[in-house]
Design a protein around this ligand. Structure first.
Ligand code: FMN
Length: 346
């Protein structure tokens, strides 16, 4: 066991080196055509990204845009024509890291704001005046850098994904350019590797489009109304369910001849598949919320999924809402391992 653990306030990590360049196309010719470096993102006249390592990206940024966002490059208060960036996986952590930097003796240079490119970032200066950007980038490169950062060596990567996952309420799930809906299909690929006794593969996934999701929200609101919920609750649920960026309905079907034990095992296997699905998405920067609701009792529910009537031996296991996490919820209290483990080997 380690006797001493280094526990930094802000993780020692650099994700972007940004050079302000006057002639971006000349810079591209030099780095890409001349040195043969591979562009990860190229927006003519704006920016060129080159991945230097799994967690570090070189950004060549149009100097005029750099000056607009960061500040003037010349004159008595002029900045060195480069900036360093420390990226974070969730938007809410940007302000927290900026505050930590100020507490450590740095100065807040630019408060964090939403950026046109879809992210959220601010700047601090260290004691020498060097400028650091603290950024949440929900785009593909930002997500990849964070995935690489969160990927410690060996099996620790999986452990980290399992332990860091949090349910994020529907109303806190956001859409944005960084939300790759195609990842949901890849998550289904992972989901189906769940263990399942007698290889029944009882799970089915229904990814709803916008119209179907709104219809689902309306059916749930109607069902709540019918069963006596207060109007405020009905409207709150309708809004939450309709506004999440996406939802996947996961069902479990057992064979008509299955006994109670097999039905339980099928349900358990489907629950494992749902967790695989959620963990895959979490590892890729997409948060989820597993919900259950009596909306399946509404007579129109199964038609919404494309069935003429309720399919035999089938039940809903999860409504999985997904999107980018507006903020990271606090961890819910968990019993300690020794409270839930009877360890006869100890
Ligand atoms: C079978 C199942 C059903 C759930 N249904 C709901 C639900 O209807 N509404 C809800 O707010 N959370 C629901 N959850 C999510 C739990 O509330 C959540 O996992 C729990 O609060 C622990 O939070 P965490 O996932 O962030 O650790 C469900 C979870 C499971 C496994």
């Amino acid at each position: 066991m380690k006797a001493w653990a280094y526990n930094p306030v802000v993780e020692a990590r650099l994700n972007f080196i940004t050079l302000a360049v006057r002639d971006l196309s000349a810079a591209r010719t030099f780095y890409v055509d001349g040195l043969g470096w591979q562009p990860a993102l190229w927006v003519p006249n704006e920016v060129l990204f080159i991945r230097l390592s799994p967690t570090l990206c070189l950004s060549l940024w149009n100097a005029a845009e750099f000056e607009t966002e960061v500040g003037p490059l010349s004159g008595p208060d002029g900045l060195a024509p480069f900036a360093l960036a420390h990226n974070v996986p969730h938007e809410a952590e940007v302000d927290a890291v900026l505050a930590d930097a100020v507490r450590a003796g740095g100065t807040l240079f630019k408060s964090a704001v939403k950026r046109e490119w879809g992210g959220y970032s601010g700047y601090f200066r260290d004691t020498e005046g060097f400028v650091w950007e603290v950024a949440h980038n929900p785009g593909p490169i930002g997500v990849e850098l964070m995935a690489a950062t969160a990927a410690p060596a060996g099996g620790e990567a999986a452990v980290e994904v399992i332990r860091s996952r949090r349910s994020v309420a529907q109303g806190r799930l956001l859409a944005g350019p960084g939300l790759d809906h195609a990842e949901v299909v890849r998550a289904v690929e992972s989901a189906r590797w769940a263990p399942n006794h007698k290889r029944t593969e009882p799970w089915r996934f229904y990814r709803l489009d916008g119209a179907r999701q709104r219809r689902l929200a309306d059916l749930w609101a109607e069902q709540l109304e019918r069963t006596g919920s207060k109007p405020e609750r009905v409207e709150a649920k309708r809004t939450q369910w309709a506004s999440a960026p996406g939802v996947v309905v996961v069902t479990c079907t057992s064979s008509a001849t299955a006994d109670e034990k097999t039905r339980l095992e099928d349900y358990a296997a489907t629950a494992c598949a749902v967790q695989n699905f959620c963990l895959h998405l979490w590892a890729k920067g997409i948060a989820t919320k597993w919900s259950t609701a009596a909306v399946e009792e509404h007579e129109e529910f199964w038609r919404l999924l494309g069935h003429d009537h309720e399919p035999a031996d089938t039940r809903v296991v999860a409504f999985v809402f997904y999107g980018l996490a507006a903020e990271l919820p606090k961890a819910h209290r968990r019993l300690a391992a020794q409270d839930v483990l009877v360890d006869y080997r100890a």
